[in-house]
Design a protein around this ligand. Structure first.
Ligand code: PBG
Length: 327
């Protein structure tokens, strides 16, 4: 056959394929989400096999392991005792509470780890919502902003390098920026959950923190999965309000949104490979139906190919160890 174009020429050997590869996964691309709890035990999350809530007293052991594998950034989330939750999420700004103690401890033991702290009410809210719930069931935007601002400042003071508002209240990036600047935290960055969708893929995360909404859903603040133009609007507002990085969440069903933001964004674009995405691959692999390392690497590489600069993923430790082995 006379074929001028044979695309297989470039695929003939491993070295050649390495040479023409367009996207790459590096351990430095990842932010590792970490679940915290009080005490000196760890508890596996039933819907996320291999992922644990770490007692604060044994957390340093785990972080040391992560750091030795090359992990450079973490996103801690606290599992708060139900008895400490109230409608205003007051525990979120308690300087002696689990989360702020944890941030101080992590920063003092691992000063070079980049900490992305979580700003939202849900881990501390007796209603399981990211904002204050009114008596008639509405989520109160502006009243919530005041708490988010105080929370962000408390986290910056405790050692967070970046605060990451995951709440989706309107105007929070600008409000938090002003609150941080007002207290002198001019170098504390903001990673905005910019396009965060009302997704059913958050189920295992809500198991991990016991933070599911007690009533209603999150559809008046998180985005409709049908929309992408609206993601660009959220991006423009976050940029204008002073975000330093933006995020799309979840990842896998929203790679078109990652691509759309990557094409226009002046800011680094992160993607959150969320709990339900982790659970899918883990469960199918544990059942013997998928080859775990292969599907994980393929999935995460797809996120890089879509244009993500940064990936939050529960697979990060495993990926780091596979990448280290492959060297
Ligand atoms: C809430 C929050 C959620 C996640 C991160 N922050 C869940 C939600 O919005 O209900 C989900 C992350 C995951 O599923 O891995 N502020």
């Amino acid at each position: 056959m006379e074929l001028r174009h044979r695309t297989r020429r470039n695929r003939q050997s491993p070295y050649l394929r390495d040479l023409v590869r367009e996207s790459h996964l590096r351990t430095e691309d990842f932010i590792l989400p970490v679940f915290l709890m009080a005490g000196n035990q760890k508890e596996e999350i039933p819907s996320m096999p291999g992922v644990y809530r770490h007692g604060l007293e044994i957390l340093p052991e785990f972080l040391k392991k992560a750091k030795d594998l090359g992990i450079r950034a973490i996103a801690p989330f606290p599992a708060i005792d139900e008895s400490l939750k109230d409608s205003r999420g007051s525990e979120s700004t308690n300087p002696d509470g689990l989360y702020l103690r944890a941030l101080r401890e992590i920063k003092s033991r691992f000063p070079e780890l980049v900490i992305f702290s979580d700003v939202a009410l849900d881990p501390y809210s007796s209603d399981g919502h990211d904002g204050i719930v009114s008596s008639d069931g509405r989520i109160l935007n502006d009243e919530t902003l005041e708490i988010l601002g105080t929370m962000a400042v408390a986290q910056a003071r405790a050692g967070a390098d970046f605060v990451a508002p995951s709440d989706m209240m309107d105007g929070r990036v600008g409000y938090i920026r002003a609150a941080l600047d007002g207290e002198g935290f001019k170098d504390t960055g903001i990673l905005s959950y910019c396009a965060k969708y009302a997704s059913a893929f958050y189920g295992p995360f809500r198991d991990a923190l016991q933070s599911a909404p007690k009533s209603g859903d999150k559809k008046t603040y998180q985005m409709d999965p049908a929309n992408i133009r609206e993601a660009l609007r959220e991006y423009s507002l976050d940029l204008e309000e002073g975000a330093d990085m933006v995020m799309v969440k979840p990842g896998l069903p929203y790679l078109d949104v990652v691509r759309a933001l990557a094409e226009v964004s002046d800011l680094p674009v992160a993607v959150y490979n969320v709990s339900g995405e982790y659970a899918m691959l883990k469960a199918a692999s544990n059942a013997g139906w998928l080859d775990y390392p292969s599907v994980v690497m393929e999935t995460l590489l797809g996120m890089k190919r879509a244009g993500a600069d940064i990936i939050l993923s529960y697979h990060a430790m495993e990926v780091a160890s596979w990448l280290a082995e492959a060297k």
